[in-house]
Design a protein around this ligand. Structure first.
Ligand code: SAH
Ligand code: SF4
Ligand code: F3S
Length: 452
């Protein structure tokens, strides 16, 4: 469906800026939109305030994410008024566009609204808007958008590659199944081809992305581990990562790949959300506290060195203080290397939004603070425990100091080094110092990758 929403003829844009919010899949989509607009003859600019067209690639996961979009639109228009220039064309893409298409049009009068499965139509929608027929396209067509996107261009040392989209899990708090649609795996050959193109464009590390990336599969039942083993054969690809995984889709094949595939980094983001079985059931997580902990044991048995990461929600409706204490106890039991934690945010249309006993904001603030204190403690402990270890880092960018470079350890820690390096170098370092969020390394000599 492509429906006219309001009419404001504009000069066709010559420059554009894409701003992505939310998860890594949105970052990937933003990159693909930028490639699409560039292939259509527009020039990218880093300065949103100077662009003729601003694409806001939005996230709907929590309330503040949506509000941020509206304030961004207001700011862009105010800035244009202050500069005495025409307001930029605004295209709202991403998950807010999918969830609230009509509402955005009503509230913010933007030129284009395009959903995550329809953004390959962006050039046409922008052209329509410029010609005076602004458009809303939130279709989820059967034919995948990926085939309609241009080839990958230059990328950094570490690149994202979406291999799976959507979610069939329907956790009761979550909008993703509604904004991204059903679980779909991209075809094996298309992924391998895109991975090769990314390596040719400069990537040394690829992070495979999916809302449930470990649910990736194909007709030959190769599973994500089969895909990883195939990618491991691409010359020049030094590192492979994947995110986000669901505990129920963590197969033994994938766990074993952490032992067998040297390029597969010893890091796993495996959200648990809460530590209480009653809360997990109410969330419709379909795993228990115990099944999660047993899974962690199986993973650590194969890869003792693995760094674990997670997501947590505090204050899910009905969560008691005792149930929250079970989350803290689970954190203590696992010892995460890093984690994300959020206050529960009621999302329109999700079952949890209308559940009884919504938890008050003061209690949520208090729980979040206590949870984050425990997670920060464990992150600092994990970082401190790696001091004295030798590992390879992938240089991703320059640091702030002269001669300083920033790279990533196998365990996804940021490591600062001083030396004569370049982006994409694999550098062997001794980790000498740890802070809460990054480490310092001393360069030894060029070397091969480290795994578990
Ligand atoms: N598919 C992944 C992640 C999806 S969204 C998974 O299942 O783990 C990323 C994170 O946002 C979730 O893991 C969850 O912790 C958080 N989240 C999702 N909906 C939320 C909500 N309504 N309120 C607060 N946090 C939420
Ligand atoms: Fe959302 Fe749950 Fe699906 Fe993750 S598994 S995307 S939290 S519904
Ligand atoms: Fe946000 Fe959509 Fe990603 S809601 S977290 S941008 S899938």
């Amino acid at each position: 469906m492509s429906a006219p929403v309001h009419a404001t003829p504009k000069t066709p844009p010559k420059t554009f800026h894409v701003k992505s919010f939310g998860c890594q899949m949105n970052v990937y989509d933003g990159e693909r939109m930028a490639e699409l607009m560039a292939a259509d003859g527009l020039t990218a600019t880093d300065d949103a305030a100077a662009a003729d067209l601003v694409v806001l690639n939005t996230c709907h996961i929590r309330e503040k994410a949506t509000e941020k979009v509206y304030s961004d639109i207001g700011r862009l228009r105010k800035h244009a008024r202050e500069q005495d220039r025409a307001a930029p064309m605004i295209a709202v893409a991403g998950c807010v566009a999918q969830a609230e298409g009509e509402e955005i049009v009503r509230r913010a009068k933007v030129d284009v609204v395009v959903g995550p499965q329809a953004y390959h139509h962006l050039p046409k929608l922008v052209a329509d808007a410029a010609a005076g027929t602004p458009a809303l396209d939130t279709d989820m067509p059967l034919a995948s958008k990926f085939g309609a996107l241009p080839a990958r261009r230059r990328v950094g040392a570490s690149a994202f590659l979406t291999v799976q989209e959507g979610c069939d899990k329907f956790c009761t708090y979550c909008v993703v199944p509604y904004t991204r649609g059903a679980e779909v795996s991209r075809p094996f050959d298309a992924i391998v081809e895109e991975a090769r193109a990314l390596v040719d464009a400069g990537a040394r590390e690829i992070t495979l992305l999916g809302q449930n990336v470990n649910a990736w599969n194909d007709a030959d039942d190769r599973g994500l581990h089969g895909l990883i083993r195939a990618l491991d054969r691409i010359p020049g690809l030094a590192r492979i990562r994947y995110t986000t995984s669901h505990p129920n889709d963590m197969t033994q094949g994938l766990i074993d790949a952490h032992r067998d595939v040297a390029a597969l980094m010893p890091f796993l983001h495996l959200p648990v959300q809460a530590g209480s079985d009653r809360v997990l059931r109410a969330m419709n997580r379909s795993h228990t506290r115990d099944s999660y902990l047993r899974l962690i044991d199986r993973i650590r048995a194969v890869c003792p060195d693995i760094a674990l990461s997670g997501d947590f929600i505090v204050g899910f409706p009905g969560e008691t203080e005792a149930e929250f204490a079970e989350t803290i106890a689970l954190v203590d039991a696992v010892g995460y290397a890093q984690a994300f934690s959020f206050k529960y945010s009621p999302r329109p249309g999700t079952p949890a939004a209308t559940m009884e006993a919504q938890v008050g904001d003061a209690a949520m603030d208090d729980r979040l603070q206590r949870l984050q204190a425990a997670l920060n403690r464990d992150q600092a402990a994990f970082n401190a425990a790696t001091v004295g270890r030798r590992c390879t880092i992938l240089i991703e960018r320059r640091g702030k100091l002269p001669g300083q470079w920033l790279g990533k350890s196998p365990w996804l820690q940021s490591v600062h080094v001083i030396g004569d390096h370049a982006i994409g170098d694999m550098v062997e370092v001794d980790l000498t110092q740890a802070g809460p969020n990054s480490l310092t390394g001393r360069v030894t000599a060029p070397a091969a990758a480290t795994a578990c």
